[in-house]
Design a protein around this ligand. Structure first.
Ligand SMILES: [Zn+2]
Length: 78
């Protein structure tokens, strides 16, 4: 299952690590890890399978928002 899509340029899979695993790997007990992970966007749709995106957000401080994303593999923006 793909959650974060693919790079429109090189088709790289943009799914990163399981959010839940980042807490479990740090030694956080499962019940607390589930609570922490539930605060991330995407939890309602994907639950325990929710993943970080590998895309790098390009933030514009003047506009105060993310204006584009960059692929970590080919470094193209989209
Ligand atoms: Zn790419």
């Amino acid at each position: 299952m793909n959650i974060n899509g693919y790079c429109p340029h090189c088709k790289a899979n943009l799914d990163g690590k399981l959010i839940l695993d980042t807490f479990l790997d740090d030694g956080v007990p499962m019940d607390r890890a589930l609570e922490y992970a539930s605060h991330y966007s995407g939890w309602e749709q994907h639950g325990k399978l929710n993943r970080y995106s590998r895309a790098i957000g390009i933030y514009d401080f003047d506009k105060d928002r993310t204006i584009a994303y960059q692929c970590p593999d080919c470094e193209e923006e989209f």
